[in-house]
Design a protein around this ligand. Structure first.
Ligand code: T5A
Length: 218
C-alpha cells in the first residue's frame, strides 16, 4: 500500500508539558506529511482544549482567573471533555471521514496526565468519562515530547505571562510528567522524544519516529 493511502484517516497527536514545543512540532509533522506527498488541504490541525468556536470559549474559561472563585478540579476535567467531544464530533471525525490526516495539539492523554496525575483525580473516573463520551475513539499515533518541567516552564515564561495552570507548583508538573511517561510506555502506538534537544534535533527525531510508524502500518 502507498504511504499516502496508509496515512489517510489517521489521527496523530502531539502531547507534552507546557513549553515542550508541541505547537512548534505540529509544523514539523505538517512538513513531514508534505514530504510524503500529502497536500496541505488534506491536513487538519486541531488543539485542545479548543479547536472549535464553542471549544475556544471553554478554553478561555479553563485558563481564566476569577476573583474569589476557583475552578473545581472535577469541573475542570468536565470542561476538558466537553471541549474534546465537541472537537471530535464536529471537526475530527468529519475530517477523518473525508480521508484527511488530523494533527492534534493534545488529546486524551493530557486529561489523564494533568487531571489524573497532577490534580490527583481518580483514574477510573477519567477512563469511564472517556469511554462514556468518546467510546473507543483514540489517536492512531501519539508523539510525546518529554521535558523537565522547570525547562518547559522557563520556555513558556519566555513566551509571555503564565496562565492559571502554568502557575501551579513544580510538583504538579512532575506528577503530570510521570503519568505521561507511563501512558507512553504502555501504548505501542506512542513514542517519546527528548524535547530538551535543539529544534533541529527534535524535528529530525520526529521524522524518524514518523517513518518507523508509517512503515509498521499495513
Ligand atoms: N490541559 C489540556 C489539561 O489540563 N487537560 C487536558 O485534557 C488538556 C487538553 C492548555 C492547558 O490546558 C491543560 C494543559 C495546559 O496547561 P496549551 O496552550 O495548549 O494550554 O498548552 P501549553 O502547553 O501551555 O502550550 P505552550 O505553548 O506553552 O507549549 P508548547 O506548544 O508545547 O510549546 P511551543 O511550541 O509554543 O514552544 C514554547 C516556546 O519554546 C520555544 C518556542 O519557540 C516557544 O517560544 N521552543 C524551543 N526552544 C528551544 N528548544 C526547542 N526545541 C524548542 N521548541 C520550542
Amino acid at each position: 500500500m502507498s504511504t499516502k493511502k496508509k496515512l489517510a484517516n489517521k489521527f496523530i497527536v502531539i502531547e507534552g508539558l507546557e513549553g515542550a514545543g508541541k505547537t512548534t512540532a505540529m509544523q514539523y509533522v505538517g512538513k513531514w506529511l508534505a514530504s510524503q506527498g500529502i497536500p496541505a488541504h488534506k491536513i487538519t490541525y486541531t488543539r485542545e482544549p479548543g479547536g472549535t468556536k464553542l471549544g475556544e470559549y471553554m478554553r478561555d474559561i479553563i485558563k481564566m482567573d476569577i476573583e474569589d472563585e476557583s475552578l473545581d478540579d472535577k469541573a475542570e476535567l468536565l470542561l476538558m471533555y466537553a471541549s474534546r467531544v465537541q472537537l471530535v464530533e464536529t471537526v475530527i471525525k468529519p475530517a477523518l471521514a473525508q480521508g484527511n490526516i488530523v494533527i492534534g495539539d493534545r488529546h486524551n492523554y493530557s486529561s489523564l496526565a494533568y487531571q489524573g496525575g497532577g490534580r490527583g483525580l481518580d483514574m477510573h473516573f477519567i477512563h469511564s468519562l472517556k469511554q462514556l463520551s468518546l467510546g473507543d475513539f483514540k489517536a492512531d499515533f501519539t508523539i510525546y515530547l518529554d521535558i523537565e518541567p522547570s525547562l518547559g516552564l522557563q520556555r513558556a515564561r519566555g513566551r509571555g505571562e503564565l496562565d492559571r495552570i502554568e502557575r501551579l507548583a513544580l510538583d504538579f508538573f512532575e506528577r503530570t510528567r510521570e503519568v505521561f511517561l507511563s501512558l507512553v510506555k504502555q501504548d505501542p502506538n506512542a513514542v517519546s522524544i527528548d524535547a530538551a534537544q535543539t529544534p533541529e534535533q527534535v524535528e529530525k527525531a520526529m521524522f524518524k519516529k514518523l517513518e518507523c510508524w508509517v512503515a509498521s502500518l499495513t
